[in-house]
Design a protein. Structure first.
Length: 396
C-alpha cells in the first residue's frame, strides 16, 4: 500500500548575482559558486543541523570542466558540510536546476528524505574546449577543439539535420510560426531590463541574492538600465541575415548558482522557520527539438491540470526568457495566462541564463514572490534544448 505523499515545502531560496560571460564571476570556479550558495543557505537557517540534510541535488548542463566529478558532492565538501551529507548532479540541460528541485521534492514527498537541498550552477565563462579522441592512434593531421559553452557539439550523424540546428535558429522558427515581429521582441526585452532594474532599486532581491566571496558584484551584471528601443533596434540579427533575433532580445551567456531548502513537516520543525511556499504539482514534457522554445506550452497545460489550478488564478508566473520570440510565442499559445503577472521582476534577457542555475532561480523567485504576497499560487516553467520543458506550481 502506497502512503499519501507528504507535503513538500520550500523553506528558503538563494542565488548569486548572475555575471556576464567573461565578467565579474568568470574568475570563480563553478564548484566554488555552488559551495557559496550552499553555505549561504545554511547560514540563514542557524537552527538546522547540517547533518540532518538527507541529500543535495544540483543541476549542471555542462559537466565538462571544473564542475566534473559530481559538482554537487564537491560543493558539499567545499561548503564545509558534514561528509555524511551526500550529493548528486543532474542534467536536463537548461532545465537542470528545476530538475534538481523536482527530484528533491519527489524524494521528500515519498519519505526518502525529510530535508533536502536542490539548485544548480553554471559557469559558461569557464566552460572548456574539448578534444575528441581520434578513431586511430597517432593522427598526423590537426585535430579540432569544440567549445562546450553552449549548444550542439560532437553531433551524432544519425540525428536529423532539422533537430540539430543552432538554438537561435530554432527560436527564429518559433517566432516565425507565431508571427512575432522584431519590434515586439525588442519591446519585450526592454521590459525585462526595466522590470529587473526596478526590482533591484526597490529592494525586491535583497532577501534572495547573496554575495559571492571575494567578488565585487552587488546585482545581476547583465541588466542594462539605460537601453532603449532605439538601441535595441540598431543591433544586427545574430543567427540569420534576415532574422529577428539579436543579442538584445535573447538571453546572454552567464555565470551563477542557486539553491533551495526543501523539507517535510518534520524537517520544518528541525529547521525552525516558516516556509516560503509549498510544491503543488510538477510536469515534464517533450516536443520536436527544432521547436524546443514552445515546450513550456504543453508543460504548463499539464501542470495546471495536475494541480487543478485555473490560469487566471495565478498570482505570479516565471517563464524563462531564453529568447523574447520563444517566450512571446508561448504566451500567444496560452492566451489564458495573464502577461501582466509574467516575470514581474525581470527575466533571463536582463538577469541572465546560466544554464544549470536558471530553473532553480525561477522556482525560488516564485516562492519569494508568494511569500511577499502572503498567499496565492505561482507557476514556473522553462524550455529546454533538444525539445523538452519543465513546469511546476507552488502555493502559499
Amino acid at each position: 500500500m502506497i502512503e499519501r505523499p507528504r507535503d513538500v515545502y520550500i523553506v528558503d531560496a538563494v542565488r548569486t548575482p548572475f555575471g556576464r560571460y567573461g565578467g565579474a564571476l568568470s574568475g570563480v570556479r563553478p564548484d566554488d559558486l555552488a559551495a557559496g550558495v550552499l553555505r549561504a543557505l545554511l547560514d540563514r537557517s542557524p537552527d538546522l543541523d547540517p547533518a540532518r540534510i538527507d541529500d543535495v541535488l544540483l543541476g549542471n548542463a555542462n559537466g565538462a570542466g571544473e564542475e566534473n566529478r559530481n559538482v554537487a558532492r564537491m560543493a558539499v565538501l567545499l561548503a564545509g558540510l558534514p561528509v555524511s551529507v551526500p550529493g548528486a548532479t543532474v542534467n536536463r540541460l537548461c532545465g537542470s536546476g528545476m530538475e534538481a528541485v523536482i527530484q528533491a521534492a519527489r524524494a521528500v514527498a515519498l519519505g526518502d528524505a525529510s530535508i533536502a537541498v536542490a539548485g544548480g550552477v553554471e559557469s559558461m565563462s569557464r566552460a572548456p574546449w574539448v578534444l575528441q579522441k581520434p578513431e586511430r592512434a597517432f593522427p598526423a593531421k590537426d585535430q579540432q577543439l569544440h567549445s562546450t559553452t553552449l549548444g550542439w557539439r560532437l553531433v551524432n550523424p544519425r540525428m536529423p539535420r532539422e533537430w540539430t540546428i543552432p538554438l537561435g535558429e530554432s527560436a527564429e522558427l518559433v517566432g516565425a510560426k507565431y508571427g512575432i515581429t522584431r519590434a515586439v521582441q525588442d519591446t519585450f526585452a526592454l521590459a525585462s531590463h526595466r522590470n529587473a532594474a526596478r526590482a533591484w532599486a526597490d529592494g525586491a532581491y535583497e532577501g534572495e541574492v547573496v554575495p559571492v566571496e571575494g567578488v565585487n558584484l552587488s546585482r545581476d551584471e547583465g541588466i542594462r538600465d539605460n537601453t532603449s528601443l532605439e538601441a535595441l533596434a540598431a543591433l544586427k540579427p545574430a543567427f540569420l541575415s534576415d532574422g529577428t533575433i539579436t543579442a538584445g532580445n535573447a538571453s546572454p551567456l552567464n555565470d551563477g548558482a542557486s539553491a533551495l531548502l526543501l523539507a517535510d513537516e518534520e524537517g520544518l520543525a528541525a529547521i525552525g522557520r516558516e516556509p516560503l511556499a509549498r510544491v503543488r504539482a510538477v510536469a515534464v514534457t517533450g516536443i520536436e527539438p527544432q521547436y524546443f522554445g514552445l515546450g513550456p506550452v504543453d508543460a504548463i497545460r499539464k501542470v495546471l491540470a495536475k494541480a487543478a489550478v485555473a490560469p487566471d488564478s495565478l498570482h505570479t508566473i516565471e517563464l524563462n526568457e531564453a529568447y523574447a520570440a520563444q517566450a512571446l510565442a508561448c504566451l500567444a499559445a496560452l492566451p489564458a495566462l495573464d502577461p501582466g503577472v509574467v516575470n514581474p521582476r525581470g527575466g533571463a534577457i536582463a538577469i541572465g541564463h546560466p544554464l544549470g542555475a536558471s530553473g532553480a532561480r525561477i522556482t525560488g523567485a516564485v516562492a519569494h514572490q508568494l511569500a511577499a504576497a502572503g498567499t496565492g499560487k505561482g507557476l514556473a516553467a522553462l524550455c529546454i534544448g533538444v525539445g523538452q520543458a519543465l513546469a511546476l506550481v507552488l502555493e502559499r
